[in-house]
Design a binder for this molecule. Structure first.
Ligand SMILES: [Zn+2]
Length: 346
């Protein structure tokens, strides 16, 4: 397991920069709860996730997520919107969805989303939602049906019949967009406009600041997306303050919600951006010479919280806005979805 015990460096960043920023109640809209055993790829031990979550977090429970939050956000009460880890290739969807629902049920205030792939029929999704009580869908670009997944359109991995079902039930859809230009891609923008209008009861959450790890993507898209009544954004793993600043100002702070992307958050490192690229920089994947400074890294979570705080400097957040950002907006969204889904499935 990953050693997430805090160091004096982590403690200093928490005390000096973050303790006064993070409110008492937190709703994390982006947590993965899963078991490594649901990765069914025969070569998984040499696959892309093996050195990170396979090695460090092979068994994620609500209890573990609570322990990590207690260590990283001391004294805060945390509830979650949780969903499986979308293993590429062969993934045990049924096991993943049952597991996350059971784990999430340990906390009455948390909720789960169901991992879906484009081959799932409406009947199959409906049956699973009824059995598990999940309140939305988690599609993912690795399941896209087109050849180039890095350029997949939204309906390549979330077919329109699944979106229509989400509309009928009022489901949340956690959308991690594809395409190298992310949300600034004209195709992603026009699809979001089309789908949010055609299916007004779907509650979209665009993950990772609409996959804008630096400002440029959301800067281009925000004027088009601003005002869409059924689209929200989570801040998970975005560590550049300029991205948060562009998001808060571009779409409105009332559409933005905290997310951790755990078990990514407790790992040390930072998502960095340059040019039109972004990448994960860790303690073990660089060759920088750092003799002139304290070379240690802190949690990705802390780099993200620093960015959320500094990105709000121009705007200035009232205590109520901070509470909305970290809790109230998500709480309202999840409660409304749960009420609609229960009524629709009753
Ligand atoms: Zn995620």
């Amino acid at each position: 397991m990953y050693d997430f015990t805090s160091t004096d460096l982590d403690q200093r960043i928490w005390a000096e920069e973050l303790d006064g920023f993070v409110p008492d109640r937190v709703f994390d809209v982006h947590t993965h709860i899963y078991r490594w055993a649901f990765n069914l790829n025969p070569d998984k031990e040499t696959g892309p996730y093996a050195p990170s979550i396979g090695r460090y977090f092979p068994e994620v429970t609500t209890k573990l997520a609570d322990e990590i939050d207690a260590a990283l956000l001391p004294g805060r009460r945390v509830e979650r919107l949780a969903f499986p880890f979308p293993f590429a290739g062969q993934c045990d969807f049924d096991g993943s969805n049952t597991y996350v629902a059971n784990e999430t049920a340990r906390s009455a205030d948390s909720a789960a989303l169901m991992l879906v792939h484009p081959g799932m029929s409406e009947t199959e999704i409906l049956a699973k939602l009824k059995r598990t009580g999940a309140i939305g869908l988690k599609p993912y670009l690795v399941y896209a049906t087109n050849a180039d997944r890095a350029e997949a359109g939204i309906t390549d991995f979330l077919p329109e019949h699944q979106i229509a079902l989400a509309d009928r039930l009022g489901l949340i859809v956690m959308m991690h967009l594809s395409k190298r230009r992310a949300i600034s891609d004209p195709d992603n923008i026009s699809e979001m406009l089309r789908l949010s209008e055609k299916y007004p009861r779907v509650r979209w959450i665009l993950a990772h600041c609409a996959r804008s790890y630096s400002a440029w993507a959301i800067e281009k898209a925000a004027a088009n997306l601003r005002g869409l009544p059924n689209v929200w954004y989570d801040t998970s793993t975005v560590c550049e303050a300029d991205a948060l600043d562009a998001l808060y100002n571009g779409v409105g702070i009332d559409r933005v919600m905290y997310g951790s992307d755990d078990m990514i958050g407790p790992m040390r490192g930072k998502y960095i951006a340059f040019g039109f690229a972004w990448a994960f920089l860790s303690e073990t994947n660089h060759q920088l010479s750092l003799g002139h400074c304290d070379p240690r890294m802190t949690y990705i979570r802390y780099e993200q919280l620093r960015a959320m705080k500094r990105g709000a400097r121009q705007l200035g957040l009232s205590p109520a806005q901070r509470e909305a950002l970290f809790h109230d907006t998500a709480r309202g969204l999840v409660d409304a979805a749960r009420t609609d889904v229960r009524a629709a499935l009753a």
